[in-house]
Design a protein around this ligand. Structure first.
Ligand code: DAH
Length: 341
């Protein structure tokens, strides 16, 4: 048996010396070690060996392993030679060459939205999505704007045949969020809004807001001022000052308009603040008890505040843009300036 194995080994060595391709190695492996290969046939004879089956078996196993190693080594050598050849070949790829492919970029509004989201999440807020198509109830009634209320006129929008609307403000998501979370709640929800509006440099029929709600025991206007100041200071990269003026919204009581001392001239007066020193930035207020009740929250136990930041306005301020229409224009000349480096 040892002789037979040696014969096969010699045959393999000779064959391997003439092989230059990995595929031929594989063919040789099948010829010798495959199902009806030469070595496999020898194993089949084992059952007829009268004595010393164990010893003969050992000889066969050792021979098989040796042959297997011979073929594997040759395969490895051929694979390495292939790599060497490629490395040394004249064909070199210059990975620093420009590919000519254009790289996209984030929309300026997305950049600001993400920055604001980051500040609020660092203060324990969740970020929620809102629907663009909303029920009339969520958009109006749930936030205390019943049918025939004049506030509905100011937010004329696009109505669908089934009676639903394209949401006119992110406040439309308040009811879902109040119902989804039990107090304490800290949530922001950015989203696209629509109004049946004549378009000019500061009005769009399609625009973005970023709404926030805070509901807990003993929430006060102080909390609202704190969170807004924190956010604005991070976005404008300096400590900002804010002030509240009285406002009116059916869903807050009291309601305010929040102004920020112009971060560009520190209040001295410049074109951005129209020389007034303050920039009107964000309507806000204490959530009306009826809105809490509509969201399943007891206003005797909990109170809340809310704000509706104009995301387009924040974007325009941050990037010194003066026409809101640019933001939906797809104007590449403008957008390319925000390319990711
Ligand atoms: N939803 C209002 C609008 O679009 C803005 C607003 C005002 C949102 C006061 C609020 C708020 O959350 O408290 O005109």
């Amino acid at each position: 048996m040892q002789n037979k194995i040696n014969e096969i080994k010699n045959y393999v060595v000779e064959k391997l010396s003439g092989i230059n391709a990995q595929a031929d190695c594989q063919a040789l492996r099948v010829e010798i070690l495959g199902k009806s290969g030469k070595v496999t046939e020898l194993f089949k004879l084992l059952k007829d060996v009268p004595e010393e089956k164990g010893k003969v078996g050992q000889i066969l196993n050792a021979g098989k392993a040796e042959i297997d190693a011979l073929i594997s080594n040759k395969e490895k050598a051929l694979a390495n030679a292939e790599i060497e050849k490629e490395i040394n070949s004249a064909e070199k790829i210059d990975i620093t060459l420009p590919t000519g492919a254009e790289c996209g970029s984030l929309h300026p509004r997305t950049i600001i939205q993400r920055e604001i989201e980051e500040v609020f999440t660092s203060m324990g807020f969740v970020v929620e999505d809102g629907n663009e198509v909303e029920t009339e109830y969520n958009n109006f009634t749930a936030v205390n704007v019943p049918e025939n209320h004049p506030a509905r006129d100011m937010q004329d929008t696009f109505w669908l045949d089934n009676g639903e609307v394209l949401k006119t403000h992110t406040s439309a998501s308040q009811n879902r969020i109040l119902k989804k979370y039990a107090p304490p709640i800290r949530a922001i929800f950015p989203g696209r809004c629509f109004r049946n509006e004549d378009v000019d440099a500061s009005h769009e029929n399609t625009f973005f807001q970023l709404e926030g709600v805070i509901v807990d025991k003993d929430v006060s206007v102080g909390n609202l001022i704190y969170f807004m100041k924190e956010m604005l200071s991070k976005i404008f990269k300096k400590q900002v000052e804010v002030r509240l003026r009285p406002g009116f919204f059916p869903f807050t009581e009291p309601s305010f308009e929040m102004d920020v001392r112009c971060p560009f001239c520190d209040g001295k007066g410049c074109p951005t603040c129209k020389n007034g020193g303050w920039i009107e930035l964000c309507p806000c207020g204490m959530i009306h008890p009826q809105v809490l009740r509509n969201g399943g929250i007891d206003p005797e136990v909990y109170s809340g505040c809310a704000f509706g930041l104009g995301l387009d306005r924040m974007t325009m301020l941050s990037f010194n843009l003066n026409d809101i229409r640019e933001l939906n224009s797809g104007n590449l000349k403008l957008l390319k300036q925000f390319k990711i480096k």
